[in-house]
Design a protein around this ligand. Structure first.
Ligand code: NAD
Ligand code: MG
Length: 476
């Protein structure tokens, strides 16, 4: 392996305030009763800033502001005018992309290469794409004059903080809704930076409101009676609670929850490409990806060859400083997530699977987990059934295509899957039978704002992105 000189991205481009209030009605406001929490850089445990834990009263203030903006301004504005704001936001995101990428990597721990080359371009693309829809909704296939819903309550996780914000806010605004969004408690900073971008774009006050906090704030938001639409991305457990609390109300709900995706490699697949796809599938973003290819299903005849190539490739991955442009694997987002990954990996060993990691120096400070491979995994093992949400791959084998499909579908989840083969007919045969919202063929983790994304069964319901994603924000 080549030794690379460190190539750190400068953090001087970001300006982090010591303390943040809430963004309500276009202003920064302090919470009268809210406590303060700290967000840290998971790569160093350094405190980055303090933020507010919004109370029920703060949430109420934000929903009231969003409702007023909906009634008086945003729902009345012609689509072509709303489009201009979305377009302006997209342009500002592009102009400030470097700053936002550094901020995301600092607060989340993901490598700068990913925040810079994947997250930020997609964030801008989501706003551009939905700017295009804002004045064309009558052609989207939901009737001649589709109406917005009202105030959207949006709760997002920590794995793609700004990208999940874009997935939520861009379609909501394009369709004429106003929003109150709550970022995750370990990664509030890019959402707070986005509040500044709304001001920079002269977005009318109250159209976007950002309330920070943890589960209690999220619950107060989704349960608020002034909300007409709830959009949640996160764990299946919290998704279930939200589904219960929304049942019987007039609120429309979309849930994007966990996954345990199968990545199926047939014996005729191009092996080097498949290896890259496997690595991208599970080690991208430290495996903190709901659609991660966490179960590798490899045809028995090529298991040895594939695993040798995969291990060689994993030995070249560089783990370390997320701001270094050479880094492939960054920090685990929080101590709690690290504990969960460790616990499940230990369970994997105890249940009899064989654990392997390349030799990989781990920094002294911060939260880290080496890329890890389990072979000899049985379908009954916890590491084959439960979402680990970390850089851990479980390898299973199969002999026939029918067995591959049966094993792939043997999960309560249904978010995504991958198929690797040279044969087009086999791709179609397999994809037809996989019960997953997204099936990638000879690629993995490929995203585009024009393409709907979502799952079924315990992975949730509703679609985000594309024409289909508009439906969740329209009264149809
Ligand atoms: P979580 O579901 O607890 O948190 C997601 C968001 O929901 C956060 O903003 C959180 O503050 C908020 N929240 C928590 N409780 C709430 C409640 N009762 N009502 C409303 N909002 C609430 O997820 P987590 O604890 O951060 O992660 C736990 C596991 O969830 C992970 O290990 C992973 O398996 C899964 N996860 C999935 C995704 C995904 O993209 N599908 C993202 C993050 C985490
Ligand atoms: Mg943080």
């Amino acid at each position: 392996m080549f030794e690379y000189a460190p190539a750190p991205e400068s953090r001087d481009v970001v300006d982090i305030r010591p303390s943040y209030g809430l963004f309500v009605n276009g202003e920064w406001v302090d919470s009268p009763g809210g406590e303060r929490e700290k967000t840290v850089n998971p790569a160093s445990e350094e405190v980055l800033a303090e933020f507010t834990m919004a109370t029920d009263a703060d949430v109420d203030r934000a929903v009231t502001a969003a409702r007023a903006a909906y009634d008086t301004v945003w729902s009345r504005m012609p689509g072509r005018e709303r489009a201009k704001y979305l377009f302006r936001i997209a342009r500002i995101i592009q102009e400030r992309a470097r700053e936002l990428a550094v901020l995301e990597s600092l607060d989340n721990g993901k490598p700068i290469r990913e925040s810079r080359d994947v997250d930020l371009p997609l964030v801008a693309a989501h706003f551009f794409y939905h700017a295009g829809w804002a004045d064309k909704l009558e052609y989207a296939g939901f009737g001649p004059a589709p109406r917005p819903l009202g105030v959207a309550a949006q709760v997002i996780p920590w794995n793609f903080p700004l990208l999940m914000l874009a997935w939520k806010i861009a379609p909501a605004l394009a369709c004429g809704n106003t929003v109150v969004l709550k970022p995750a408690e370990t990664t509030p900073l890019t959402a707070l930076a986005f509040a500044e971008i709304c001001r920079q774009a002269d977005l009318p006050p109250g159209v976007v409101n950002i309330v920070t906090g943890a589960g209690a704030t999220g619950r107060a938001l989704v349960e608020h009676p002034g909300v007409r639409k709830v959009a949640f991305t996160g764990s299946t457990e919290v998704g279930r609670q939200i589904a219960r609390s929304v049942a019987g109300t007039r609120k429309k709900l979309t849930l994007e929850l966990g996954g345990k995706a199968a990545n199926i490699v047939y014996e005729d697949a191009a092996l080097d490409q498949a290896v890259e796809g496997i690595v991208n599938g599970i080690f991208f973003n430290q495996g903190h990806v709901c659609c991660a290819g966490s179960r590798l299903l490899v045809q028995e005849s090529i298991e040895g060859e594939l695993l040798d190539a995969l291990k060689r490739r994993l030995a070249t991955l560089r783990l370390g400083d997320p701001l270094d442009k050479n880094t492939d694997i960054g920090a685990i987002n929080s101590a709690a997530q690290l504990a969960k990954i460790r616990e499940l990996s230990e369970a994997g060993e105890q249940e009899g699977a064989e654990r392997w990691s390349p030799s990989c120096p781990i920094p002294d400070k911060g939260y880290w987990f080496p890329p890890t491979l389990f072979t000899g995994v049985a379908q009954s093992h916890r590491i084959a059934r439960e979402e680990i949400f970390g850089p851990v791959l479980s390898v299973l084998t199969f002999r026939t295509p029918a067995e591959a499909v049966e094993k792939a579908n043997n999960t309560p989840f249904g978010l995504s899957a991958g198929v690797w083969t040279e044969k087009g007919s086999r791709i179609l045969w397999t994809a037809d039978r996989l019960r997953a919202g997204v099936v990638w063929a000879n690629t993995f983790n490929r995203f585009d704002p024009t393409s709907p994304f979502g799952g079924y069964r315990e992975s949730g319901y509703g679609r985000e992105g594309g024409r289909h994603g508009l439906e969740a924000y329209l009264d149809v």
